[in-house]
Ligand binder design. Structure first.
Ligand code: FEO
Ligand code: CA
Ligand code: CA
Length: 729
């Protein structure tokens, strides 16, 4: 989902000025390749040289997967296109029953009780192997649980006649509240030996935006979490806007709460009832006074508690907030842990990992006796990349512990949260976000009450610490082969040549880690897109999970293959490789392939959103690259340009969707990928007019009712090879 939030108005410098200060200090001659090489920045590849240029050889590398499939061409069809020799089948779609007594999904929008059906807007997904007797079996490929995030809802298709006007009818609001959150679904081999979802499984579970949830970690019982629902600040309800995921080394799900801010209304007059610091903090997180709830859930007649909670204004008279929902917005924005193997288990928000617009959570490779690290992105323009380091040191026995939520508490309830500063020399620092850091303790714009308050307002702490403002950090992933950390930077419409250092005028100048700003005109309209239009993927390497420094490069720049190779298509992408808007990324656990999914609106005049297969090398396998932007020359660090056998388009999805979550069976013979919001461009008043739907997928490929005129549905797709072989090989 495209996020236009842009509330980082900190005076925090962009690293652009740091770059140039250092370059001046080192007396770099930016126009001179020799000077850069002499200064230790390594080889200077010439922009526009052939793919594979920086590595200088075309031989296959050892230890990387062979991408043996035929690449898929870009496509604008309302179809799901996979390579020859592969078959894609829908496994489960929004509205499908999760319990035996729930009626089949209907195409007319009349599907009661979403607390017992698969939710909408499939997003992040993780695979949890299941043994024949119903216990955890990480290596099992014939039976498993899939945990699926549901980020938003498509109101136009969720209700028979689309969404009614404000005040929203309670019956519609309650359907939407229930259709978001997380689904846990059992899959097992059917009579034909093919994996299918198990409708009557006792493991099936829905967690919604109304499910009771425990607050865990430093913010449990914090004064700023007290609400009418939980006067002692230990609980809240629901997990909201679930986007990326993580899988813990002990077999539980971490679900990221992303654009939860927009789920809270704030009255215009609320500003007068708050302190200056509170008003600043709410605005910094994107909730100035006079903002409405995205779906207007708070407008349902009757002011029922489950609807009223979505307005986070001060309405009570208490000093501590225990008589209203002024603190309700503090209950969202976390990495939230769910044990998929126990449908009755309590859900815990791991507040030590900070509160921001969470995407995925990627764990460092566990090492016995060493702390665990979790790498995370905050998806809004100019926000930061974070790392959490556990206080507890990894005990391999915990991977098989029976009480998985107790293990979660052990590793995720105490530790240190850091934000990343990227330096122009290819190094970087992890900046601690706690009151031991003088820059955080001395923050004048928001005086932190305690370390819990720092986690609650991690963005403000990262501003104060001097972290680098990035181009919308999305998912994170750790390469199991070498520990490299990958984070997608999906795009940034605010990035400008000559933009400001501090975001104060709504722009951000280019810098070493976010070095592109350009214009792109769509072929199908006059729309001019500006900034970092196509996104990039940054890569970090560090010496152990607890390291406070790292080395970085840019693994890939998204671009159209025919774009200017000296300023835009810096990775030298070919027509079989070009992409835009990298979002979901990761290794699936069965093959060795690194999968890149796109959430794009920039290149959609040429192709629907897609997934590519990659065989990445390692941080530092390319070299320094000078970008001559005229007055703003920037040195960045580019990974080896991908050869054809190292990056290929594997699939293209239907119209108006994005490819999101991904999982693989451990044997690598089945791949699962989520399709989110097909038909998103359908006008809101078109529920009764199928001819206006921009997609009819997956009804048009024979899944569920409706056929060629079906309402489009978010869904999980399973891909297998017709010869039964390993995916991608
Ligand atoms: Fe939910 Fe940032 O994508
Ligand atoms: Ca274009
Ligand atoms: Ca995303």
């Amino acid at each position: 989902m495209h996020d236009e939030e842009d509330s980082n108005d900190s005076q925090n410098p962009s690293i652009d000025d740091v770059v140039h200060a250092r370059l001046r200090r080192r007396q770099f001659l930016l126009a001179s390749a020799g000077a850069i090489a002499a200064a230790g920045l390594g080889p200077l590849p010439l922009a526009g040289c052939a793919p594979g240029g920086p590595r200088g050889t075309d031989s296959a590398r050892a230890g990387v997967p062979a991408l043996g499939f035929e690449p898929v061409a870009k496509s604008l069809a309302d179809d799901f296109v996979v390579p020859p020799g592969y078959t894609a089948r829908v496994l489960i779609a929004v509205g499908d029953p999760l319990f035996a007594d729930v009626p089949d999904y209907r195409d007319d929008g009349d599907n009661p009780d979403y607390t017992r059906r698969c939710g909408d807007w499939h997003d992040g997904m993780e695979y949890f192997g299941l043994s024949a007797d119903g216990g955890p079996a990480p290596a099992a490929s014939d039976r498993a649980l899939l945990a699926i995030n549901h980020e938003w809802v498509s109101s136009v298709f969720l209700h028979r006649d689309g969404a009614a006007a404000v005040p929203r009818p309670a019956v519609e609001v309650d359907a939407e509240i229930a259709a978001m959150g997380v689904s846990v679904v059992e899959i097992a081999k059917d009579a034909e030996g093919r994996l299918a979802y198990v409708r009557e499984s006792a493991f099936n579970r829905r967690v919604t935006t109304l499910t009771p949830v425990e607050l865990a970690g430093p913010l449990r019982g914090h004064p700023k979490l007290r609400t009418l629902y939980s006067p002692d600040g230990t609980r809240t309800r629901g997990t909201v806007n679930n986007c990326g995921t993580g899988k813990t080394p002990w077999g539980t799900l971490l679900t990221g709460e992303e654009n939860w801010v927009s789920f809270f209304a704030r009255d215009a007059e609320d500003a007068d009832r708050r302190s200056e610091a509170e008003n600043y903090a709410l605005a910094r997180y994107g909730r100035p006074p006079g903002t409405t709830q995205t779906y207007r859930w708070d407008s349902a007649p009757g002011n029922a508690d489950r609807h009223r909670r979505w307005n986070t204004s001060v309405t009570g008279t208490s000093a501590d907030g225990g008589d209203d929902y002024r603190h309700e917005i503090h209950g969202q924005g976390y990495m939230t842990e769910i044990d998929p193997y126990d449908p009755a288990s309590a859900v815990h928000k791991r507040t030590a990992l900070g509160r921001f617009a969470h995407e995925g959570a990627a764990f460092s490779r566990p090492e016995s006796g060493k702390p665990l690290a979790v790498y995370m992105g905050d998806d809004a323009r100019g926000e930061y990349i974070y790392k959490f380091v556990s206080n507890s040191r990894w005990d391999p026995a915990d991977a098989d512990a029976a009480d998985r939520m107790a293990v979660g508490a052990k590793y995720l309830d105490s530790g240190t949260l850091y934000a990343a500063r990227f330096d122009e020399d290819g190094g970087g620092e992890w900046l601690p976000l706690n009151l031991d850091n003088p820059a955080v303790a001395g923050c004048e714009r928001y005086p932190f009450a305690d370390n819990g308050d720092v986690l609650l307002h991690a963005r403000i702490a990262a501003d104060a610490a001097g972290a680098t403002r990035m181009d919308r950090p999305e998912w994170s992933s750790v390469n199991p082969a070498n520990g490299d950390v990958y984070i997608t930077l999906t795009n940034n419409s605010s990035r400008r040549l000559g933009g400001s250092d501090d975001g104060s005028d709504g722009t951000l100048g280019v810098d070493s880690a976010n070095p592109r700003a350009y214009e792109d005109r769509r072929e199908d309209s006059s729309t001019l897109q500006r900034g970092n239009v196509n996104g990039h993927i940054v890569r970090m390497a560090e010496d152990g999970a607890a390291s406070t420094s790292f080395r970085w490069d840019i693994y890939l720049f998204g671009a159209e293959s025919d774009a200017d190779a000296s300023r835009i298509n810096l990775s030298g992408l070919t027509a079989e490789q070009d992409f835009s808007g990298p979002d979901g990324i990761g290794f699936g656990g069965g093959t060795d392939i690194f999968w890149i999914r796109t959430d794009d609106s920039a290149m959609t005049d040429r192709s629907n959103a897609m997934m590519l297969a990659a065989a990445p090398g390692q941080q530092g396998d390319g070299g320094a690259l000078e970008l001559d932007h005229g007055e703003a020359k920037v040195v960045t660090h580019l990974g080896a340009r991908p050869r054809m056998n190292e990056l290929k388009r594997f699939l293209v999805g239907p119209v108006d969707q994005e490819l999101t979550g991904l999982a693989e069976t451990p044997d690598g013979r089945a791949l699962f990928v989520n399709v989110q919001h097909p038909g998103l461009g359908t006008p809101a008043d078109s529920a009764a007019r199928p001819e206006r739907y921009t997609s009819h997928w997956p009804g048009n490929m024979g899944y569920g009712p409706g056929g060629e005129r079906a309402r489009p549905r978010s869904a999980t797709v399973m891909i297998t090879r017709d010869d039964g072989g390993k995916i991608g090989g």
